[in-house]
Design a binder for this molecule. Structure first.
Ligand code: IVH
Length: 683
C-alpha cells in the first residue's frame, strides 16, 4: 500500500482532490506569479504522492489531473503562442532500479541495442526558438506544453542565441534548450540588488526566470543569461536526422551553445556511471544542474516508443537529491568568532537537506540579513551543497505571517555586552573586547586545533570547560595548566591527563608558521604565516618589523602587514608572547636558504610531470632561489619548464609570447646557475 497505508477507503478520493488542488496552487505560484512557495523537490513529492495514489486506485485518476498534463500555463503578461511540436515534460527517476524499470518498459516497444545520450539537466527555464528561413522569428516559454508565452523581445537580448542560422537552414525549425544564469552572474546580480536595496533572488533559476519574464526587455538585456541547446522540435525542409547526436552536432555547427558534457553511451551501467559521476561533480560546474537527462539516441526507436499524454517514453530525467528545502526560521542569533567577528546565523526547524539534518545555517553578515530580509517566523529556503556550510537563501514571501517584525543586527556583543564595531567599508562586524569570553574560547580552541598547534585532547568543549573553571584565559595558560585541578573534573583520569600533558609538551616544537596561525591574527591565514616564517625566520623579527616592511614581503600586502604589526604592538598580545617564550615554544623559522638567489625577481612556470621533482618540489626550488612560480604564462615569464603531459594553454601562450621552453636538464642548469640554454646569465 506504500505511502497511503492507514488511509481509510473513503478518504482516498478526498486526498487525491486535495493533492490536485495543492499542485494547481503551487503551479500558479511558480509559473504565473514567479513566486514559488515550496522547492522543486517538495513540489515533485506532491506529484509523486498523487501519481502513486492514482496508480493504486485507477478509478481516482481524472483526465485533467496534473499527473496527466504538462504543468504550467501561459500568463496574461505575454502573448500566447502555440508550439509547432508540443514541449513535453520528462518522467523522473532517482535510482538505478527505476532506470532499469524504465528500460524494461521500453522493451515492450523496441528491440535490439539501445544507445543513450546522457545530458546534464540544466536548472533553468525551458525555451523554444522558432527559426523560419534561417531567421529567429519567435521565442516561447514552455507554458502548458502546447501554448507558451511569447518572450521574443527578451530572448533576442541574449548574446548566446543566434538571430540567424548560417548556410542553408531548414524552412522551419524549433530549437529547444534551457536559458540559465551562470552562478557567478547570479552572485554578482544579487550583490547589485542588495546594494541598490532591491530584493535578492533565491537561486540562479529564479533569477533567470525573473530576468527573462520582464515586460521591459531592457531589464533582461542587463542580466547575464546563457543558453544550452539540447533538443529539436519541428524540422521542416531541413536535414534528415537519424540520431539525436546528429541533431546536437547540427545545432553546434549552426552556432548554438551545446553542452560539452553530453556523452553517447551503451548500456545502463554506463548511464548509471554518468549519473553518479555528475552527482559527485555537480559543483565543479559554473551553472546549476538538478540531475541528468537520459535519451534514446536512435530517432527511429524514439518514434516506435512514442509518448504518454505528458512525457515521451524515450527520455527520462535522473533527479539528484535536492540541495534546497524550505523550513521555519525559529530565530536569528549572533556568534562571536576567535577574531571577534560577529556572524549572524539562523536557528531552523530541523530539516533534512543535502544528505544531512540541518538546524543551523549561516546568514554571513549584517548586510546579507538585510538584503535577504529574513525575519524570525519566516519560512525560508535553506541550501546545503556539498561540503559548503548550510546557508539561508531567502524567505518565501508568500508564506510570511502578517506583521512579522524585521530583524536588526544587535548593537552589543551577545557574549560580553560590549559595543559591536563595524569599520567603514567592511561588511563584517566585530566585538573588539579582547577579554570577551566568547572570543577567548574560540581563540584558545583554534590555537589547539590541527591547523595550528595540533594539541590533541584539547577540543572546544574541553577549552570551554577549562575557561569556565578559570584554568584558561589565554593561549599561554595552556602551558601552565593546573593538572591537579583538572584531575578533580569528571572524566579526567590519570591516563587522559598524561595524554593531554604530552600533547601540550609536543606542541612546543611546532613550526613558527603554525604558531603564527594559532595566534588568531586578523587577515593572517596559513599561507601568509608560512611566508612570514620563511622570510623573517624568527618571531622576534616579525614582531619588530614595521607594517611597511611586512607588507613588502612578497605575498603579504598592506592589509596583512598592518594587521600583524597592530597585533604585536598591543601590550596584552606581547605579554602572551612573553609567556609563550618562557614556556619554551619554538620561535624559530625554517633555516635560511643556503642556495644562491639566482632566480631573484624572475618567474618560472612549471607544466606537466617532471621525473626528478614533484610539482611542489619544483616550485619550492624556484622560490628558494628567490624566484616566483605562477600558474600561468605571460610576457614577463622567464621560462616555462615542460614535463610530460604539459598544459596545452601554457605551451601555446609560451609560443605566442616567445618565452623559452626548457626540458628537465635545462631546468636543473637554470636552478644551479640561473642561466637559460644558449645564453649567459639572463638579465
Ligand atoms: S529534454 C521531451 N534535455 O527539464 C524532452 N530537458 O523536467 C524535453 N531540461 O522542461 C526535454 N536540461 O526544462 C531536456 N538536457 C536536457 C535538459 C532538459 C534541462 C529541463 C527542461 C524540461 C525539464 C523536464
Amino acid at each position: 500500500m506504500g505511502i497511503f497505508e492507514g488511509v481509510a477507503d473513503t478518504e482516498w478520493a478526498e486526498r487525491a482532490a486535495e493533492l490536485r488542488s495543492q499542485i494547481d496552487y503551487h503551479n500558479q505560484r511558480y509559473y504565473l506569479d514567479d513566486a514559488p512557495e515550496i522547492t522543486d523537490a517538495e513540489f515533485d513529492a506532491l506529484v509523486a504522492q498523487l501519481t502513486s495514489l492514482e496508480l493504486e486506485h485507477p478509478d481516482l485518476a481524472t483526465a485533467d489531473s496534473p499527473t496527466q498534463r504538462v504543468w504550467g500555463e501561459a500568463s496574461a503578461r505575454f502573448a500566447e503562442v502555440r508550439h509547432l511540436t508540443p514541449m513535453m515534460s520528462l518522467d523522473k527517476t532517482t535510482s538505478y532500479e527505476e532506470l532499469l524499470a524504465w528500460a524494461k518498459r521500453m522493451d515492450r516497444f523496441i528491440s535490439g541495442e539501445v544507445a543513450y545520450t546522457c545530458e546534464l539537466k540544466i536548472d533553468g527555464l525551458a525555451m523554444s526558438l522558432l527559426y523560419e528561413g534561417g531567421r529567429l522569428v519567435r521565442a516561447a516559454t514552455r507554458g502548458d506544453g502546447v501554448v507558451g508565452e511569447d518572450v521574443t523581445p527578451n530572448v533576442v537580448t541574449i548574446g548566446a542565441i543566434p538571430r540567424a542560422l548560417p548556410g542553408r537552414a531548414p524552412d522551419r525549425v524549433e530549437v529547444r534548450g534551457e536559458i540559465y544564469m551562470p552562478i557567478p552572474a547570479f552572485e554578482e546580480l544579487n550583490r547589485k540588488q542588495g546594494e541598490s536595496g532591491a530584493r535578492t533572488f533565491i537561486n540562479p533559476r529564479n533569477a533567470a526566470a525573473g530576468s527573462l519574464r520582464q515586460k521591459d526587455a531592457a531589464v533582461t538585456e542587463g542580466r547575464e543569461l546563457a543558453f544550452w541547446a539540447y533538443q529539436l522540435g519541428t524540422v521542416d525542409g531541413g536535414p534528415d536526422f537519424a540520431r539525436h547526436v546528429e541533431t546536437l552536432d547540427w545545432m553546434r555547427e549552426s552556432g548554438f551553445p551545446v553542452n560539452p558534457n553530453i556523452e553517447l553511451v551503451h548500456g545502463l551501467e554506463e548511464v548509471d556511471s554518468y549519473c553518479r559521476r555528475w552527482l559527485e561533480q555537480r559543483h565543479s560546474l559554473t551553472y546549476e544542474i538538478d540531475g541528468t537527462v537520459i535519451k534514446v539516441d536512435d530517432l527511429a526507436q524514439r518514434r516506435e516508443l512514442g509518448a504518454t499524454s505528458r512525457a515521451p517514453r524515450w527520455a527520462i530525467a535522473y533527479k539528484f537529491p535536492p540541495e534546497e528545502k524550505t523550513t521555519l526560521l525559529k530565530g536569528i542569533m549572533v556568534s562571536i568568532g576567535r577574531t571577534g567577528k560577529a556572524t549572524p546565523f539562523a536557528m531552523l526547524e530541523p530539516v533534512n537537506v543535502g544528505g544531512a539534518k540541518v538546524s543551523l545555517a549561516t546568514l554571513h553578515n549584517e548586510d546579507q540579513v538585510r538584503v535577504k530580509d529574513v525575519r524570525p517566523g519566516d519560512t525560508v529556503v535553506v541550501r546545503r551543497a556539498g561540503d559548503v556550510i548550510p546557508e539561508v537563501r531567502g524567505p518565501v514571501l508568500g508564506l510570511r505571517p502578517e506583521g512579522l517584525a524585521e530583524w536588526h543586527f544587535p548593537e552589543e556583543c551577545p557574549v560580553c555586552g560590549e559595543k559591536l564595531v563595524r569599520l567603514d567599508g567592511e561588511s563584517d562586524t566585530y566585538c573588539v573586547n579582547d577579554q570577551c569570553p566568547g572570543q577567548r574560547v574560540q581563540r584558545i580552541s583554534h590555537f589547539a586545533s590541527r591547523s595550528a598547534m595540533d594539541i590533541e585532547h584539547l577540543g572546544e568543549r574541553t577549552v570551554s570547560q577549562f575557561c569556565r573553571a578559570g584554568l584558561l584565559s589565554d593561549v599561554a595558560d595552556i602551558y601552565r595548566l593546573d593538572y591537579e585541578r583538572v584531575a578533580g573534573f569528571e572524566g579526567w583520569g590519570d591516563t587522559s591527563i598524561a595524554n593531554l600533558q604530552s600533547a601540550v609538551e609536543a606542541s612546543k616544537s611546532r613550526p613558527l608558521a603554525n604558531l603564527l596561525v594559532g595566534l588568531s591574527i586578523r587577515h593572517l591565514g596559513s599561507t601568509g604565516s608560512r611566508i612570514l616564517a620563511r622570510h623573517l625566520r624568527h618571531l622576534d623579527r616579525i614582531m619588530a618589523a614595521s607594517a611597511e616592511e611586512l607588507a613588502g614581503v612578497e605575498g603579504v600586502g598592506p592589509i596583512i602587514g598592518a594587521s600583524v604589526q597592530r597585533f604585536f604592538a598591543t601590550p596584552s598580545n606581547r605579554e602572551v608572547v612573553a609567556r609563550l617564550r618562557a614556556a619554551g615554544l619554538n620561535f624559530e623559522g625554517p633555516a635560511a636558504p643556503d642556495v644562491a638567489q639566482v632566480l631573484a625577481g624572475r618567474s618560472v612556470v612549471v607544466t606537466g610531470t617532471l621525473d626528478g621533482w614533484s610539482r611542489e618540489e619544483a616550485e619550492e626550488a624556484i622560490k628558494a632561489r628567490g624566484g616566483k612560480s605562477p600558474g600561468s604564462v605571460s610576457k614577463k615569464t622567464t621560462a616555462v619548464v615542460v614535463g610530460s603531459d604539459p598544459g596545452a594553454a601554457k605551451l601555446a601562450k609560451a609560443a605566442e609570447v616567445g618565452v623559452p621552453v626548457l626540458d628537465e636538464a635545462a631546468f636543473a642548469r637554470l636552478l644551479e646557475t640561473g642561466e637559460l640554454p644558449g645564453a649567459g646569465a639572463a638579465p
